[in-house]
Write a protein that binds this ligand. Structure first.
Ligand code: 5AD
Ligand code: SF4
Length: 439
């Protein structure tokens, strides 16, 4: 029995796919990348924008012929599109056997039981999903995701997440810490704590805990070397978190703080609950307090009513803040969201033009920042062999940038090495070994 699993979208989906794979492994399935030998395929989907939504349809089209060749081959669709469309999937795609939503993973064993008996089922009910992972199933690696909370209560006007992931719910600290200890005992050196809005971690729990306090607890875990987290919401980003990043050596100097737009008018229409000036003051303070802090951000271009002048404010913002990298997207209306009632008045051509302009200005900034790394001595966590050639290894610095390392000694995955950056490339850095610290 072999499982093929394909994941679209964010890190939360990657984490969910690990949970799903672990459940299948408990049932005796092994993983395969080869559809021809798979007996079950799971497509974990994303609906945050229109593009990934359409990818699901083409992926299902690809799976159809395998079903024809082997009628016992089972197909499941899960994740945000499954949550959004539910039963519609079973109607539209008569060869799909199982549709399960973002809160149904806890019930997956019984769903698979029914599918294996030949039933076609949809479960998108919103019950309590405990987010626990059957730990033994997790693969060997040095860097792992750990979900600390799910859902979102912010209702940014463009965003479908609150509708497909439900209300915010935090996991208990003890559960999170146990999971990380397990991972560390199995070779993990770096964890990325995941939540749609990690700053509101702890709301609704009985214990006296918030996100910075959780960072302190995670930091105490012996053998863990690095802590990262995504995503912070700028409105809740505060001094307590700045101090935790500054004072906890394992917390990496990398902050993903999505601005989305530079115009206060657009931010208001987006229901982001901060002005550009408030945002800028917070990040400048963070940069001042945390040496070598790298910033990244998400942007939406062509939001309804965004004028050329509004867009110019976004360009001004990226020049002022100087992010190391950004993710930028053309606005696309999503079902149920408030903004889907606004007139989507910017043409697709104009959205593309704005996107290209934003990305091209950013790519110059990224290049300049990359060059400023040359000559610096940095700590790298080795994650694998580089595709670039023999004697080259690949890892990331604390600022989350990919660094290829030239080394005459064989480095192992999980090594932490000290390097000197010798060359800046467009999207990565090249380095030579200065000192081998430990295994
Ligand atoms: N259109 C375009 N981009 C969107 N995002 C979320 N919803 C939309 C949408 N409707 C982007 C935001 C968010 C990122 C994950 O996806 O920038 O931060
Ligand atoms: Fe979506 Fe806003 Fe919640 Fe992020 S904070 S998941 S953009 S609603």
């Amino acid at each position: 029995m072999k499982l093929f699993i394909k994941t679209f979208g964010c890190q939360m989906n990657e984490y969910d796919s690990e949970r799903i794979a672990a459940i299948f492994q408990e049932r005796g399935y092994s993983l395969t990348d080869n559809l021809e030998e798979a007996s079950f395929a799971v497509i974990n989907t994303c609906s945050v924008r229109e593009k990934p939504y359409h990818k699901v349809e083409s992926e299902l089209g690809r799976l159809k012929k395998f079903k024809k060749l082997n009628p016992d081959f089972k197909i499941a669709v899960c994740g945000c599109v499954a949550q959004q469309d539910g039963e519609k999937f079973l109607d539209r795609f008569d060869y799909v056997d199982l549709v399960f939503g973002t809160s149904a993973i806890d019930r997956l064993h019984s769903l698979i039981d029914l599918v294996e008996k030949g039933e076609r089922i949809c479960d998108t009910s919103e019950g309590d999903d405990e987010l626990s992972i059957p730990v033994f199933g997790r693969g060997k690696k040095v860097s792992a995701f750990v979900t600390i909370m799910k859902g979102c209560d912010n209702f940014c006007s463009y965003c479908i997440v609150p509708y497909v992931r439900g209300r915010e719910k935090s996991r208990k600290p003890s559960e999170i810490l146990d999971e990380i200890k397990y991972l560390v005992n199995n070779g993990v050196k770096e964890v990325t704590l995941l939540g749609q809005n990690v700053n509101s971690y702890g709301k609704g729990l009985d214990e006296d805990i918030n996100f910075p306090k959780l960072l302190y607890k995670v930091h105490d875990i012996n053998g863990l070397e690095r802590i990262r987290f995504v995503t912070s919401h700028p409105k809740d980003f505060d001094d307590e978190l700045i101090f935790a990043i500054r004072d906890l050596p394992k917390v990496c100097e990398y902050l993903h703080l999505p601005l989305q737009a530079g115009s206060n008018k657009v931010l208001k229409m987006m229901n982001r609950k901060y002005t550009y000036e408030e945002y800028r003051d917070k990040v400048l303070k963070a940069k001042e307090m945390i040496p070598d802090l790298a910033l990244s951000s998400d942007f939406i271009v062509g939001f309804p009513g965004e004028t050329v002048e509004d867009f110019a404010e976004t360009l001004k913002a990226i020049k002022e803040i100087r992010y190391e990298s950004i993710f930028a997207f053309k606005y696309s209306p999503r079902p149920k969201t408030k903004a889907s009632n606004f007139v989507d008045d910017i043409t697709d051509d104009e959205k593309s033009r704005r996107l290209n302009e934003l990305l091209s200005i950013q790519s110059k900034i990224t290049e300049e920042i990359n060059k400023s790394y040359v000559g610096k001595v940095q700590e790298i966590l080795v994650e694998g062999k580089s595709k670039k050639g023999e004697n080259q290894f690949s890892g990331r610095n604390r600022q989350n940038k990919v660094v290829n390392i030239l080394s005459n000694h064989k480095l192992n995955i999980g090594d932490i090495v000290t390097v000197e950056i010798v060359e800046a490339k467009k999207n990565s850095l090249l380095a030579k070994i200065v000192e081998f610290v430990g295994r």
